[in-house]
Design a protein around this ligand. Structure first.
Ligand SMILES: [Zn+2]
Length: 76
């Protein structure tokens, strides 16, 4: 599970590395698709793991398989 938003290297949705970190809110914001990713959101973690089959992921290095519920609009 991601403990530091800076571990997120690319957008979970569109895989863009054009992302910015909001340290105050612990959010990662994609500048390409507008996705706001909150890896540390309270209550979200358990739900994510649950939805993911409760399989522990030691280190999501590349693209996390889980997707945030809310999806920003896509331009394409
Ligand atoms: Zn994106």
């Amino acid at each position: 599970m991601i403990r530091n938003i800076h571990e997120v290297k690319e957008c979970p949705d569109c895989a863009s590395d054009n992302i910015i970190y909001d340290d105050e809110r612990d959010q990662v914001i994609c500048r390409d698709c507008g996705l706001i990713f909150e890896p540390l959101a309270p209550g979200e973690e358990e739900r994510f793991e649950f939805a993911h089959g409760a399989a522990p992921e030691p280190k999501p290095k590349t693209k996390p398989a889980k997707k945030p519920a809310k999806k920003a609009k896509k331009k394409k």
